[in-house]
Design a protein around this ligand. Sequence first.
Ligand code: ASP
Ligand code: MG
Length: 412
Amino acid sequence: MRIIVQKFGGTSVATAEGRKMVARRVEQAVRDGYATVVVVSAMGREGAPYATDTLIQLANTACTDLAPREMDLLLSCGEIISSVIMAAILKSNGIPATALTGGQAGILTDENHGAAHILKVDPTPMLNRLRQGLVVVVAGFQGVTRTGEITTLGRGGSDTTAAALGGALKAEVVEIYTDVDGVKTADPRLVPEARTLSVTTYDEIAQMAHYGAKVVHPRAVEIAMQRRVSLRIRSTFEDGLGTLITYSLEAAGTTWSELVSDNPVTGVTHVTGLAQVVIRAGQAEQALPIFRSLAESGISVDLINVSPEAKSFCVEERKAGQAEAILRDLGLDPVVRHGCAKVSVVGSGMRGRPGVMATVAAALSGAGVEILQTADSHVTISYLVEATHLQTAVQALHDAFGLGGEGAGSSN
Ligand code: ASP
Ligand code: MG
């Protein structure tokens, strides 16, 4: 049995027109001979009657601190509604289909309500139905605990459902349908000539998803990588193959030279809404109390540089006031710079390759952008800049690495 998992996001199933497009995609998969599992998100965004945000608001009007267990019961309904409606539409189009909750589909999670982790997927309930010739429509974003409690997987969790089902079913591919046509070399709102990547690797996409290219949930990428399932990000509304995320050449249907581009950088991503905190030498000989106090208050830190001269790091802008107060309570005098953004260049090709930082430094200084701080991993280098310089910085880096031009890995 050739199995495909197709996941459709909230914007894809939001309207009758969108749902018609979804049905068409599913029909095509069935016609291509696939045993098809469909994963759906709740219908629409905030304001739409059954959207996750609407359900959260509804809960808040009843009670401001609903128990996590009850919240999960409520939120799981958004996806259940969506799955029943999609299965009904498929049936009325002559495609035998059935709807399952996450739990009914075999998804077992831990008890961490609101951000549950999938412990196991038993594919039997889905396989039985696929063998009967049914399309199985699964409610995304949810599972069930050993004691039968319904859990949700955290915001954006339907991608995670799709990847986990793909792994358990040994699917040929997991298609993530959304309202963009794939993964771009940069945010097209900042860089109009940004291209859609035709192929990329798990490593790169994991970094891009963490660093602000919000096309696919990082957890879904991790699961796909562990289970060696290929993901394809594509548009529900437009034709085109989108972006394939893989390391299997057979799955990519491509050659090695196409898959591994010569360019050390594949894309430029960014995150806004950050504040930089600097504590100069002489004030804090020990880093530990600083980071422990912030951690105890649930403030997460990023872009951490600890040296004898200074301790610097970033926090979310909305936590900056609280972080500053905590540090002052420790007798420190932090310098807080508001309105910062983090720009990252991402590429598996930069591993052990000299000159990436030199190119970046030249590009940013040429564009008049000051680098406030840096951090790097094996496939990324990140820079903190003032948010007013964000667009200039992203554009300059996109240009410096020739990402807008013709090159390997591009589809248009
Ligand atoms: N409906 C859920 C959310 O908005 C899950 C998802 O769409 O992936 O977070
Ligand atoms: Mg999403």
